[in-house]
Design a protein around this ligand. Structure first.
Ligand SMILES: [Cu+2]
Length: 170
């Protein structure tokens, strides 16, 4: 039997073919509308992208503040010689006054030092990235590696690889 005949004979569809066709299309329309709403949603859902350069011995961000929310950090290690990492710390300590271990690295488990996330060490002349959610507040980005530089154990943080950052009200 044809579709029309099936509709006419099906006991539950008494409203006729047009209504039935509409009922069948309705879910697809709803899905399309929801998808559209998702795409055109407010800015709160959008991820901010920020470029950071790591080198010996500094961290340079394209900006030192951004609206709280999801942030993607695109890192470029310009070396020239060392691997570097990127640790995001929420803290009210001044950038140069974070509590340190004996080797000069920041004590990531100290009170008042809250590690939000990190991007693992990677080689010079390479890129890496990571996305993190930063709530409103004060942060410092650091490289917390300690490496042998010309025979001396060197804390990258103490050499200056620290960058203050603020997540502003959304
Ligand atoms: Cu480093």
């Amino acid at each position: 039997m044809s579709a029309i005949e099936w509709v006419m004979h099906a006991p539950d569809y008494r409203k006729g073919p047009v209504s039935v066709r509409f009922l069948l299309v309705l879910p697809a329309l709803l899905v399309a509308l929801l998808a559209f709403a998702g795409c055109s949603g407010d800015d709160d859902d959008e991820e901010i992208r920020l470029d950071f350069v790591l080198d010996e011995w500094a961290i340079d961000g394209e900006t030192d503040e951004a609206a709280a929310g999801d942030m993607r950090f695109d890192l470029d290690n310009e070396g020239p010689d060392e691997e570097h990492e990127f640790v995001i710390i929420r803290t009210d300590f001044a950038p140069g006054d974070l509590p340190t271990e004996e080797d000069g690295s920041v004590d990531e488990s100290a009170s008042g030092v809250n590690v939000i996330g990190s991007i693992s060490a990677f080689e010079p002349d390479n890129n890496s990235s990571g996305t993190f959610t930063l709530t409103e507040g004060a942060y410092v980005m650091i490289c917390n590696l300690v490496s042998d530089v010309d025979g001396t154990e060197t804390s990258h943080y103490q050499q200056g690889m620290v960058f203050p950052f603020t997540a502003t009200p959304d």
